[in-house]
Design a protein around this ligand. Sequence first.
Ligand SMILES: [Zn+2]
Length: 112
Amino acid sequence: MQLVVTYTNPDDQALGLKALESAAVPFEVRQVEDEGMEITEVFVPETQFDHACDIIEGLEAEMAQMRQKAGKMVCPSCGEELKHCEDVDFSGSVTGITSVLKCQGCGRLIPR
Ligand SMILES: [Zn+2]
């Protein structure tokens, strides 16, 4: 068995497992705890690994699109929500950038 994805959000997990189920990919779920956080690891057979990755990636892209439609700005790397970053001072900026968004998931900064 190979680890294909981990979930910390039960809603995301439900969607992911449903997608694997409807694609007839067998999977095994293991609960682990990391620094007090419940993490669900999803394993698939090695022969199904590539297929399962495609399904999960497709689903994540779809979810990012859905969130974008809902009016939220999301990170192009991980799909988490972007928030305005207040810690950056642009008063001396020569780039024309006046504000920056910060990803709540991976911490990526995105100028806008
Ligand atoms: Zn991110």
